[in-house]
Design a protein around this ligand. Structure first.
Ligand code: URA
Ligand code: SF4
Length: 200
């Protein structure tokens, strides 16, 4: 598979970009997934949030962050007084990677090759939106933006300057849902987001 680059049109229009992603065969994840789940939100958002990949519900629904992780994220944004509609939400990888077990589709982390294959979409989204702040939710988003060695644990809650924007990271909301002490994990997630959204 060639990666997404040859499917990415040279357009300044985010809707055109999103539509083109429907036909992407840049890696083999398109085969088993239901559909491409592209980023959505304010086209000139000052903050972009990046997740990992669509989950089961997103894959069926076609929109990012509509499942359990999305609901937790909504609650956290609500708690810190950020309106989701002012943001742009997307994912490092645009198709759902899963393993079928009986009737259940079990989430699988995307491989490095798939993260790299899909990155041209994310790069173009960031070019067109031109945000001031990019927040990576979890390891996959962090590695997609900052390279394979970047660690959420070293970056949590603070930002570093890249050429075109500041970038910061926190955990993925689904890790909060899986945590042994959910209350504690949620409080830390909200704390990270609070710091990340503070003006530079
Ligand atoms: N998890 C993600 O990383 N992205 C989504 O869109 C949904 C769940
Ligand atoms: Fe294309 Fe990304 Fe889907 Fe792979 S995961 S087919 S690169 S949109």
């Amino acid at each position: 598979y060639p990666g997404a680059a040859e499917y990415v049109p040279s357009t300044d229009n985010l809707a055109t970009l999103a539509a083109a992603a429907d036909a992407c065969h840049g890696c083999d994840l398109y085969r088993d997934a239901t559909q491409t789940v592209f980023g959505e939100g304010a086209p000139h958002a000052s903050t972009v949030l990046i997740g990992e990949q669509p989950g089961n519900e997103e894959d069926l629904d076609g929109h990012p962050f509509v499942g359990p992780a999305g609901r937790l994220l909504d609650r956290a944004l609500d708690d810190i007084g950020v309106d989701r509609k002012t943001l742009y939400l997307t994912n490092a990888v645009k198709h759902f990677r899963f393993e079928q077990r009986g009737k259940r589709r079990i989430h699988q982390q995307p491989r490095r090759t798939e993260i790299v294959a899909c990155a041209p979409w994310l790069t173009r989204e960031l070019d067109l939106i031109a945000p001031e702040l990019v927040i990576c939710l979890g390891a996959i988003a962090t590695q997609s933006v900052l390279g394979p060695k970047a660690k959420v644990t070293e970056l949590r809650g603070r930002t570093v300057e890249l050429e075109h924007f500041r970038v910061g990271a926190t955990v993925h909301p689904s890790s909060v849902l899986r945590a042994t002490d959910r209350t504690q994990a949620y409080a830390e997630f909200v704390d990270d987001l609070t710091h990340l959204f503070e003006p530079a």
